[in-house]
Design a protein around this ligand. Structure first.
Ligand code: CTP
Ligand code: MG
Length: 176
């Protein structure tokens, strides 16, 4: 590929990640700000197992929505001043709600499979939140199909990379 072609691909990848960025932040915020009362209030489902489990907390949920929406606001109000594409607060809100709904859905499925909170369910753990985000974006600003493909391919790789970095920084006990 010539230089122009490489540049065009790099810009497309940047635009796709820029679009989904509020969802990434909504997904990361609970790790920093979560804790306390669980969303399911400690209740059990009809199978006798937790509905969502103790790792899905109200504070995590609320901080995720606030942080993701704030990022959307920054993309709308601040980003144009530094030459970046103007985003949208309402899109940030919907991406965040979708990301967290996708995440809770993943936990619901994991509990039905008898996986303990924190145990991994490959694929769902990596892309569940972006699928939720894309779904919730549809009524406000549907993504171009090439953004969806790029994000679905790159998110598991970014997930792995951040986990390895967190492991090297001793923030996580295993790189997976
Ligand atoms: N978290 C939270 N509230 C949420 C989502 C996440 O407090 N609504 C916090 C929890 O401390 C959680 C961490 O963020 O352990 C990482 O989130 P995630 O990997 O999605 O949860 P798991 O610990 O893997 O739990 P589960 O098995 O239910 O997915
Ligand atoms: Mg997890």
């Amino acid at each position: 590929m010539d230089n122009g072609g490489t540049m065009a691909v790099a810009l497309l990848v940047f635009d796709a990640l820029y679009y989904i960025f509020p969802a990434y932040c909504a997904n990361a915020a609970p790790v920093l700000f979560g804790g306390g009362r669980p969303v399911d209030g400690g209740r059990k489902f009809i199978d006798g197992r937790p509905i969502l489990g103790s790792h899905k907390t109200l504070r995590g949920l609320i901080s995720g929505i606030l942080v993701g929406t704030l990022v959307g606001w920054a993309q709308e109000v601040l980003a144009p001043n530094v030459g970046l594409t103007k985003g949208s607060t309402i899109l940030g809100l919907m991406l965040s709600l979708g990301a967290l709904t996708g995440d809770l859905t993943g936990s619901f499925i994991k509990r039905r499979l008898n996986l303990k909170p924190g145990e991994s369910l490959p694929v769902s753990d990596q892309i569940g939140f972006v699928l939720g985000a894309f779904l919730f974006s549809l009524p406000v600003e549907p993504p171009p199909l090439n953004y969806v493909v790029i994000v679905l391919v790159l998110t598991p790789l970014i997930h792995l990379l951040t986990n390895v970095i967190a492991y090297l920084l001793r923030l996580k006990r295993s790189p997976w």
